[in-house]
Design a protein around this ligand. Structure first.
Ligand code: SAM
Length: 341
């Protein structure tokens, strides 16, 4: 499916009237009365809409940041979402409902957290910036349904935090979900961390840089974009490109557009059968290391060229195949024929 054929959500600068008229008033929100130290100035044009704006629009985001004297930090990818419709779409893509346990990465000022809590979920939020962690904790302290960890998600023991939470919050073991607007620079790390957790999460819905979203989900065989990460994503999940999110929806505006992607995680029993995932992904990486090389050359460290040619032809492929010509299924079959334990 081409991303150009998919719908996109626009917020015409600064924010569309349709949005301003939404009256998205959260049930639990204690930021309304925060003191304004004004490192940012709210323009008169924007403030004229004050009576109709939604809770997490431009004004509320500035107010929340000002209350802690914070400026968005580029190094932490702090581009805050100003469009409540997109937060609704993120939660909707994961089917978040009453009783769910949701992992949110980087809650920031809490605009998405607000939507998740209002959907009835318990939220575990992992935020690297201690100031934002404090802000979001205070904002939703009255709900009793938010736990904030001031940690780097990449170094976080997600599995142990989630296992205790899913067990204690929902003993019927409904699986948890991930819904997050993450900094673009940690996308690959987050995907590598979370997709193999199909025993814990049923859905991972992320707002990613659009280019990354296309590369992960739409890249197909025989294209220069096809990479080991595509084999990885398809090994652990069924990915879907949901919608494009233009850069005008963020504050501060990034230099690139974004997109919502959902990864429906496979259960461990549904993963392709390989003797060892480590040796499987090591073979896939070696195959792509020298992409223009035929597999019978690039995989010679595993077995002889002749054995590789025989394996390829026995699964219906040309003996001269290159990595970009193999599907996930082809790689699995090839691995199972040539990998030595
Ligand atoms: C793109 S902003 C999104 C904020 C908020 N969720 C929103 O939609 O407005 C990314 C957030 O992730 C946080 N962050 C950055 N790096 C992180 C990391 N390694 N682990 C956890 N949080 C991180 C930032 O401090 C920031 O709050």
């Amino acid at each position: 499916m081409s991303p150009s054929s998919l719908c996109s959500l626009q917020a015409s600068p600064p924010i569309s009237h349709a949005l301003l008229n939404r009256h998205h008033k959260p049930a639990h929100d204690s930021t309304a009365g925060v003191r304004n130290r004004t490192p940012y100035v709210v323009s008169s044009e924007r403030s004229s809409t004050a009576s109709t704006r939604s809770a997490d629009d431009y004004h509320a985001t500035l107010k929340a940041l000002n209350s802690k004297g914070r400026f968005p930090r580029k190094s932490l990818g702090q581009h805050y979402m100003l469009n409540a419709d997109i937060n609704d779409q993120l939660a909707g893509a994961a089917g978040v409902e009453q009783g769910d346990v949701v992992l949110e990465i980087g809650p920031g000022t809490g605009s998405l957290t607000n939507v998740l809590l209002n959907s009835g979920a318990f939220v575990l939020a992992v935020e690297k910036d201690k100031h934002m962690a404090a802000l979001v904790s205070e904002r939703f302290s009255s709900t009793g349904k938010l736990k904030v960890l001031t940690e780097d998600i990449v170094k976080c023991h997600v599995r142990s935090h989630m296992s205790s939470l899913v067990g204690s919050i929902n003993p019927e073991s409904r699986k948890a979900k991930v819904v997050a607007n993450i900094p673009f620079n940690i996308s690959t790390d987050v995907i590598k961390l979370l997709l193999p957790m199909g025993d814990i999460f049923s859905e991972v819905v992320l707002l990613l840089q659009e280019e990354t979203a296309v590369r992960l989900v739409v890249s197909s065989l025989r294209t220069p974009e096809y990479r080991p990460v595509n084999v990885f994503v398809n090994f652990y999940s069924d990915p879907e490109y949901k919608l494009k999110v233009p850069r005008s929806n963020f504050f501060p505006q990034p230099n690139v557009d974004a997109a919502v992607v959902s990864f429906k995680l496979k259960l461990p029993s549904e993963y392709p059968q390989v003797s060892s995932t480590k040796s499987f992904f090591s073979m896939v990486n070696s195959a792509f290391n020298e992409k223009r090389k035929m597999l019978r050359k690039s995989l010679q460290h595993i077995c002889t060229s002749l054995e590789i040619e025989e394996a390829l032809t026995s699964i219906g492929l040309l003996a001269t195949s290159r990595p970009e010509e193999l599907t996930l299924d082809d790689f699995v079959k090839l691995h199972n024929l040539i990998a030595k334990e």
